[in-house]
Design a protein around this ligand. Structure first.
Ligand SMILES: [Zn+2]
Ligand SMILES: [Zn+2]
Length: 270
């Protein structure tokens, strides 16, 4: 391995910490600090989590990223050894395929997420793998990667599935996983940002909203999807009151000059 490749590997190893710090940090700062009172009518939680709960989410997220990066180093080594389907020149597959590949990754990842998520909810698996993530009954943006190490490994499992099986440009997979990180932070935002009528629109209601994943954290079951609601609708795992709950919060008018007091609580769940 050349010195340049070693530097690139080390850069890669730290890049997600930087990206995650920016994405989750910006979401937390904007929604949970700067604009909280102005957007309080869109707040999905009945209580605001205590600082120690948010610190727990951060701690687990940082460790999950460490696992992602350690696994990424293995993928990079496989790539350098010529074992993956990753390619560097867009002209190798063309621009049409380049853009089409985003759709392929999106559909595969959504399917992978839904079924791996349901697997982690199996009673014999849940407490060893997924319980850590569900300790956040009222998640903050920092909960996006608050996983037990086993869950972090399962989450990363989509990467080898993609890079060993499907030709993907290096930039396509990097852009996609940055998008995925942003989408994940939005799912744990705690504020509904999708507009009123979203779930009633047949062209839009296949996309998950913040309420969709928030209900999963509140109820511990149902709404297992990530980007889309399609698998939940097909498998009849969507919360019965999902659409009404979304429309209720999305329709709330702003509360002007009213300081809403939100009780602070800890939500450690066994
Ligand atoms: Zn879950
Ligand atoms: Zn979650």
């Amino acid at each position: 391995m050349t010195e340049k490749q070693i530097i690139e590997l080390v850069t890669l190893a730290f890049s997600d910490y930087f990206e995650y710090g920016i994405v989750a940090g910006a979401a937390y700062l904007i929604f949970w600090k700067l604009l909280k009172q102005r957007l309080i009518h869109k707040f999905l939680h009945k209580v605001t989590p205590k600082k120690e709960s948010i610190r727990r989410e951060m701690k687990y997220s940082l460790f999950s990223i460490f696992i992602f990066k350690a696994c990424t180093v293995l993928i990079v080594l496989a790539y350098l050894g010529g074992y993956t389907q990753l390619y560097e020149e867009i002209s190798d597959m063309g621009w049409t395929y380049y853009f089409f590949s985003f759709l392929i990754i999106l559909l595969i990842h959504d399917t992978y997420f839904y079924w791996s998520h349901r697997f982690m909810h199996h009673p014999k698996i849940y407490k060893y793998v997924h319980r850590v993530h569900h300790q956040s009954v009222h998640p903050s943006p920092w909960a996006a990667y608050a996983f037990h190490p086993w869950e972090a490994l399962i989450t990363f499992g989509i990467v080898p599935l993609l890079v060993f099986c499907i030709p993907l440009h290096l930039s396509a997979i990097m852009i996609f996983f940055l998008f995925s990180m942003i989408r994940n932070v939005i799912g744990h935002l705690g504020f509904e940002i999708f507009p009123k009528g979203f779930t009633k629109n047949k062209w839009l209601n296949w996309s998950a909203t913040v309420t969709h994943h928030n209900q999963h954290h509140e109820k511990f079951h149902g709404n297992y999807g990530f980007y889309f609601t399609v698998w939940d609708k097909l498998m009849k795992t969507e919360a019965a009151n999902y659409e009404s709950a979304f429309e209720e919060v999305a329709s709330r008018p702003p509360r002007k000059k009213e300081k809403l007091k939100i009780k602070s609580t800890s939500y450690q769940v066994e």
